[in-house]
Structure formats: structure tokens, C-alpha cells
Design a protein around this ligand. Structure first.
Ligand SMILES: [Zn+2]
Length: 422
């Protein structure tokens, strides 16, 4: 009852607080160029009213209301706020603490406190939206984190949260002695009743997305193998879909990827051992690949690989083979780095490595971070500079359509029409 009263009391206040400043302000942004999510336009300006983009086009032709504030952004490129496709705000780099230790030894209060700093770093790096794919032992803390951001209590990106991922019993971790049952980094579920319940419960608690591990290593020193059956995966997708939630699948084996694709997931995360056949199937079924190349790169370096000096470890070599097959198949590529495995705020690593290490065209990756991610994740209100869409905007020094690294030079972040960083 107490919590109901609290919710009832704070709801209207926060609505008022969000609407009050929006009515009276218009903001004209005058950069050197605008990347609209698709192409670059020299000499464009963007007019923001309230939390939305009101107009975009040649700066001289915009109908600017009297009293509008103007921000001159000489030499800068303005583009849609970037979208992180795969984050874990409740994790921090594994070279600081192992995943096992984070799940087992760190209190939830400590993890949430860290996550607030991670959320700020993400936003300041120009990422105004993040798909946060699992709390890894921190239960529903992502739901509260998202609420705190939406209420303006802490700065951070707009979040799509997955809460507790679903895993088949016995397939996940941490694993200690067989005599000790330790808390798991995700929710175990099996069979019809168990699965339906394990999908509905997080949705009721605020999950925007259902994340499932379609394969994993069953034991410490063995390769990944499929976990859920085809029937179980299909049931997960059907149950989530009927509640309007997409499913994303962690999968790196061809069979795990195949089952997840046939089940109808929205994206497959990692896909490290994907084959031409399974990527073709994904393309046919409209399932996108989020390759998370930066995660394997980071963990390989944590294990001693000196990138640029040592030969590529087997895992990285394999990733190059599978990425080549993925790109040849024409499967949709989402951009998301599994950030949390490496430092929050360093989100751009994924985009940089896709261009530099995997040969993707800069423009494809830039679209990936904006309009393509928005389309794949069905975020139709963002990802482009277009009238009526959310005024989530970033200005960077230089031209990111020529050099992806220009995205590191963030000079301005606007979220929902509010200047966050300048
Ligand atoms: Zn992940």
C-alpha cells in the first residue's frame, strides 16, 4: 500500500516537471553539417521545440520562431543521439573483477551505485539510448535505474531493459562446487509452465525485452552447446510477443543460432561461430546480428593477447571468418559492443573495430549506430534527424562519415530537447 501511494504521489509531479519548460523554448542548432541518420547535409540547421525535432534543413530556410535560442556549432557535425545495441550497466570490466566475483561478492547497492556512474558516462559519450541486455545477478535493478533516469534523478541514456535473462537449468553460472548452490547470473527456467512463468514475471516487473541464452558452455572448459530446445525457444518468443516484447538471444553456435532464428528472435548476440548457412537463414527470417566484436577483443586482451604485436588468438581468428560470412550473407548488423565487459563510456570501441578490424564501411557503421539500430530495435521515434522525432542529438568535431573516430570528439549532447553536455 505504501508503495502504491508513493507512485500515485510522484507520477503527476514528474509529468508537470517534464512539460513545464518544454512549452516556452525553441532551440536552433547551427552546425557545419548534419548527418540525418542516412546521409550528410552541409549547411543544415536543426530546430528543436520541446522534446522533439521541429524542423531540419538548409539553415537559411528554417522558419525560426521569435525568441528561439541559437547554438552556433561551427566545425561540428550534428547527428542523431547514438544507440548502444548491447550494454550491461550493472557490470564493470572483467579485468577489474571477474564476472563470477561481480555476481557473487558485490552487493546490489554497490552495483547500482556503479551503474549510475556508468549511465552518466554512456550519455556523455553521446549514447542517448542503450539496450541493456541483462543485469547478471542484479535482479531487477535495471528497472529502477531506468526509472531514476526517466525521472531526471540521475543522468543517463533512455534504456531498454532485459532484467534477468533466461537460462536453461544447469547451463549458466557461477559454478562453484557441486555441493553449493550459488545465486545465478540469470533466471533458470525449463519446460512449458516454467518458461511461460519466467517470461511473464520480468515483463510484469518492467522488462522491455526478453533475453535468452540459446547456447552456453555447460562446463568450465568446454565449448558452447545449445541449451533450450526448439520448442522452448519458440514458446519464449510466442509468450513475449503476445505481451509486445521482442526476444534477443545470446548464441554463438550454429545450432543455437538456428533454433533462435526459427523461434523468431529479433537479434542474435555474438554469433561467433556462425556459418554462411545460418546467416542466410537469419537474413531470410529478418533476424539481425549484433556481433559484439569489442567484447571478444577485450577478453582476449585480458587473457594476455597484445593486440598488434601477437598473432590473433583462435577466438579472434574465428570471429573474422564468421564476420566475413555474415557480411556476405547480407544479414542486418546491429551495433552493440557488450560494453561492461570493457569500460562504460568507451562504447565507441565496437564501431571503431567494425570499421578498422572487420572492414565495414564507415557509413554503414554510422547508420548502424543511429537509424539502423533504431529500425532493428523498432524504436521508430529516434535514430534520425527528422521532424517529429525525439530531439536526441549529438554534435562532434569533424566528419564522422569520413572518420568514425570523430565520434570520440563529443562537443554537445541533447536528450529530449535538453542540453546535457556542452
Ligand atoms: Zn552481454
Amino acid at each position: 500500500m505504501a508503495s502504491f501511494l508513493l507512485l500515485a504521489g510522484t507520477g503527476p509531479l514528474s509529468v508537470l516537471a517534464q512539460n513545464a519548460p518544454a512549452a516556452s523554448t525553441a532551440l536552433l542548432l547551427r552546425p557545419a553539417a548534419v548527418f540525418d541518420g542516412e546521409t550528410l547535409h552541409q549547411g543544415w540547421g536543426v530546430l528543436v521545440e520541446g522534446d522533439k525535432i521541429k524542423a531540419a534543413g538548409p539553415a537559411g530556410q528554417l522558419a525560426v520562431p521569435a525568441g528561439a535560442r541559437t547554438l552556433e556549432l561551427p566545425g561540428l557535425t550534428l547527428l542523431p543521439g547514438l544507440i548502444e545495441g548491447h550494454s550491461h550497466l550493472l557490470l564493470h570490466p572483467y579485468n577489474e573483477a571477474s564476472w563470477n566475483d561481480q555476481v557473487l561478492l558485490e552487493s546490489q547497492a554497490m552495483r547500482v551505485a556503479r551503474a549510475t556512474a556508468h549511465a552518466r558516462a554512456t550519455l556523455e559519450a553521446g549514447f542517448t539510448t542503450a539496450r541493456d541486455l541483462g543485469t547478471e545477478g542484479a535482479d531487477y535493478a535495471d528497472v529502477g535505474l531506468k526509472q531514476a533516469i526517466d525521472h531526471g534523478i540521475i543522468p543517463g541514456p533512455r534504456l531498454l531493459v532485459a532484467t534477468r535473462a533466461l537460462v536453461a537449468t544447469g547451463s549458466y553460472g557461477p559454478k562453484l562446487s557441486v555441493d553449493v548452490d550459488v545465486p545465478q547470473g540469470a533466471q533458470e527456467a525449463d519446460g512449458t509452465d516454467g518458461i511461460i512463468r519466467a517470461v511473464r514475471e520480468p515483463i510484469g516487473k518492467g522488462a522491455d525485452i526478453i533475453k535468452v541464452y540459446a547456447d552456453y558452455r555447460w562446463g568450465a572448459n568446454e565449448p558452447s552447446r545449445p541449451t533450450f530446445s526448439q520448442e522452448e525457444l519458440t514458446l519464449i518468443v510466442q509468450t513475449a510477443r503476445s505481451a509486445g516484447r521482442p526476444v534477443v538471444a545470446h548464441a554463438s553456435t550454429p545450432e543455437g543460432m538456428r533454433r533462435a532464428t526459427l523461434a523468431g528472435v529479433q537479434t542474435i548476440e555474438h554469433g561467433d561461430a556462425g556459418t554462411s548457412e545460418v546467416f542466410k537463414l537469419m537474413k531470410q527470417r529478418g533476424v539481425a546480428l549484433c556481433p559484439t566484436v569489442a567484447a571478444g577483443d577485450a577478453t582476449s586482451q585480458y587473457r594476455g593477447w597484445r593486440k598488434g604485436q601477437d598473432p590473433e588468438p583462435e577466438r579472434i581468428r574465428q570471429k573474422h571468418v564468421s564476420m566475413k560470412a555474415a557480411l556476405q550473407s547480407g544479414v542486418d548488423v546491429a551495433v552493440g559492443g557488450d560494453v561492461g565487459v570493457f569500460t562504460h563510456g568507451d562504447n565507441l570501441r565496437e564501431a571503431e573495430q567494425l570499421v578498422q578490424d572487420y572492414g565495414l564501411p564507415t557509413l554503414q557503421v554510422l547508420r548502424g549506430l543511429t537509424s539502423t539500430n533504431a529500425r532493428i530495435f523498432q524504436l521508430l521515434d529516434r535514430g534520425r534527424v527528422q521532424p517529429g522525432l525525439l530531439a536526441d542529438l549529438v554534435a562532434v568535431a569533424g566528419d564522422p562519415t569520413q572518420d568514425i573516430k570523430a565520434l570520440r570528439q563529443v562537443r554537445l549532447v541533447v536528450k529530449g530537447g535538453v542540453v546535457i553536455k556542452q
